[in-house]
Design a protein around this ligand. Structure first.
Ligand code: PLP
Length: 427
């Protein structure tokens, strides 16, 4: 399936029905699976045979959708999780334990920042947050002997900073650690981070992949490129026997292509249970079937909106990496030449008060704690998703207090512009 183009993969990858089988991915709404003998089930528990035994670990519906995302990203193995938060947590925790350290871009989604800087810190994992625009020397200086991974977002939410993937991959690899990239905003339609050196990709599928605000979900994809076995002391969880799983050594049994996802499934999913419902995976797949059509429309509408805002006298500033003159235009052209995403950020002249008046005046765009779905929505991150951050952390994350995040949908762009115009008239 990897030879097909994006559009064909969106529709067909992950599930090819046999003669007489359902045309759509079947919803296997069952917690358990029947076996004729204890030996047959024992072989599954020992990871000697492939198959399903309990949906907390794996479910056929979710696996087929994961396989589709895997094909789109060009990976070797993938898994779905119940949220993007769970995906990022698993991606890091799969290779880090208490006493370890991670280098992360400072301009990441507020929820991920909190997960790393508060909750995972309580688990004993330390994060150093770096300015994504830092020099190679500054980036290299953030590494410690106990650094186990580097993390960033392809397009940061909501700062819209494009990560210099090659710079981050080079630094990660020169220190013998993988680069983990959250590719939620770009989606594999816009950017395939593995082609630029990333090793693991994560997603909040809640966003464009689902695309219709139906289900919260996440995904982790492995490129299979990072050679854990070169650093067995650094990654003992992957390179030495797992006593909690019958002594299996993941890299030996599943190779570089399968070790990371198998470990995350049988260990982390087993213990944390952040598994998606089969129905949610089914709905995610319905969204994925049109991802290749929706993304270009999101990008085109967002660029039209950005150009309109840029020329509006009541707008103080606009960020849209696809807009010529944007600070990240060159990086966006390099990594996402066909378009970035549908999100645009801007400030209204008059600061926070003017922003509130503007947002209250919108009729078509809803104020919603959401981003990246088919319908246009708007948010003031400093008072919502990022409200746990101090002013200094907000600035480091690229979120100024007046920043409005407009998630441009796929409505007719004339109607989106008319809505913005009438709301700006009220300011
Ligand atoms: N990563 C990014 C880039 C996000 O924007 C979000 C949520 O907005 C998440 C991760 C967390 O995903 P979820 O809300 O599905 O847990």
């Amino acid at each position: 399936m990897q030879d097909y183009q994006n559009g064909t993969q969106c529709l067909h990858a992950g599930y090819v029905p046999e003669n007489g089988e359902p045309r759509n991915i079947p919803i296997v709404q069952s917690t358990t699976f029947r076996y004729a003998t204890s030996e047959a089930m024992g072989a599954l528990f020992d990871l000697e045979a492939a198959g399903y035994f309990y949906t907390r670990l794996q479910n056929p519906t979710s696996d087929r959708v994961a396989a589709k995302i895997c094909a789109l990203e060009g990976g070797t193995a993938a898994m779905l999780t119940s949220s993007g938060q769970a995906a990022n947590f698993f991606a890091i925790f799969n290779i880090c334990s208490a006493g370890d350290h991670v280098v992360a871009s400072a301009t990441i989604y507020g929820g991920t920042f909190n997960l790393f800087s508060v909750t995972m810190k309580r688990m004993g994992i330390e994060f150093t947050f770096v300015d994504p625009n830092c020099s190679e020397e500054e980036l290299n200086a953030a590494f410690r002997p106990n650094t186990k991974a580097v993390f960033g977002e392809t397009i940061a939410n909501p700062a819209l900073i494009v990560l210099d993937l090659e710079k981050f991959a080079k630094a990660a690899h020169s220190h013998g650690v993988p680069l983990i990239v959250d590719n939620t905003f770009a989606t594999p339609i816009g950017c395939k981070p593995f082609e630029w050196g990333a090793d693991i990709v994560t997603h909040s599928t809640t966003k464009y992949m689902d695309g219709h605000a139906n289900c919260v979900g996440g995904a982790i994809v492995d490129s299979g490129n990072f050679d854990w076995t070169k650093y067995p002391d650094k990654y003992p969880g992957l390179c030495t026997p797992d006593e909690s799983y019958h002594g299996v050594t993941y890299t030996e049994r599943f190779g570089l292509g399968g070790a990371f996802i198998t470990k995350a499934t049988v260990q982390l999913m087993r213990d944390f249970g952040a598994t998606p419902a089969p129905m949610s995976s089914y709905l995610l797949n319905v969204g994925l079937e049109t991802l290749h059509l929706r993304m270009p429309q999101h990008c085109a509408n967002a660029l039209t909106v950005a150009k309109y805002l840029k020329n509006h006298p009541k707008i103080a500033w606009v960020n849209c990496p696809s807009l010529e003159g944007d600070k990240y235009y060159e990086l966006a052209q390099k990594y996402m030449p066909n378009g970035t995403c549908g999100v645009v950020t801007f400030g209204v002249q008059g600061g926070r008060k003017a922003a509130e008046t503007f947002m209250a005046g919108l009729k078509l765009a809803s104020i919603a704690t959401h981003v990246a779905d088919a319908k246009t929505c708007v948010l003031h991150p400093a008072s919502s998703t990022h409200r746990q951050m101090s002013d200094a952390e907000l600035m480091a994350a690229g979120v100024s207090p007046d920043l409005i995040r407009l998630s441009v949908g796929i409505e007719d762009v004339k109607d989106i512009l008319a809505d913005l115009e009438q709301a700006l008239e009220q300011v």
